[in-house]
Design a binder for this molecule. Structure first.
Ligand SMILES: N[C@@H](CCC(=O)N[C@@H](CS)C(=O)NCC(=O)O)C(=O)O
Length: 217
């Protein structure tokens, strides 16, 4: 199997953490965010959105990070990341939908406007967009804070796909101008996941490395 990825991309990191945790053998090809690699005819045939990640497994190819995680986990019998029990699975899938539609959508908007846009693209942020996303993020952060009142992980007693999805853009959390002080359990949860070696192993070497193709050894 082969995964097309970008260094430091949260949506790629969650897939890579899944691969690491499951011990799967997947070749990773890093594309350059600003090199036009996502806009080639060959790549758009794999993902017409021109985004990463994409998984290729023989004749089968798949985009959307959470779908890729589930596909990979289902290739490994009896794993704890995505168990077979329908109610446990539904709980995991629920939080994967929630992170992408709500929590990380709001966090990514604030982060992109205030961090990536000025630093990577040399463009000005859009203040009304930042304000609206920050307000949404306050509400979703409260939902997550309350969910973590009596648990260390999103579903059950250990790490599942829901956790790797939830923390996918943790690398930008502290750089994002948002007041996290009212969410102690959320902050502790992010720190807990940061200590997971499968997740930690997906971190970029530096902020400068993000989006750039690694130098050939
Ligand atoms: N919903 C998609 C989002 C994919 C996505 O937005 N990927 C980003 C990297 S995290 C990307 O490819 N950005 C490149 C671009 O927008 O040009 C998923 O979960 O896979």
């Amino acid at each position: 199997m082969k995964l097309y990825a970008i260094v430091g991309s949260g949506n790629c990191r969650k897939v890579q953490a899944t691969i690491n945790n499951l011990g799967l053998k997947v070749d990773i090809e890093y594309l350059g965010l600003l090199d036009g690699d996502l806009a080639t005819t060959e790549y758009l045939a794999l993902n017409p959105n021109g985004r990463v990640p994409v998984l290729v497994d023989g004749d089968f190819s798949l985009w959307e990070s959470n779908a890729i995680m589930q596909y990979l986990a289902d290739r490994v019998p009896a794993n704890a990341l995505f168990p077979r029990d329908p109610q446990v699975r539904a709980g995991i899938v629920r939080w994967q939908f929630w992170e992408t539609a709500h929590f990380n959508n709001a966090l990514a908007t604030v982060m992109f406007e205030t961090v990536l846009k000025p630093k990577l693209l040399q463009q000005e942020p859009n203040p009304p967009l930042v304000d609206a996303a920050s307000e949404s993020l306050q509400g979703f952060a409260r939902v997550l804070e309350d969910h973590l009142a009596d648990r260390d992980y999103m579903v059950g007693d250990g790490i599942t796909l829901a956790d790797y999805s939830m923390v996918s853009i943790e690398g930008f959390k502290e750089f994002t101008p948002f007041d996290w002080s009212g969410y102690p359990r959320l902050n502790a949860y992010f720190d807990r996941l940061r200590a997971d070696p499968y997740w930690a192993g997906t971190a970029p070497e530096s902020m400068e490395a993000i989006g750039r193709k690694p130098q050939a050894a």
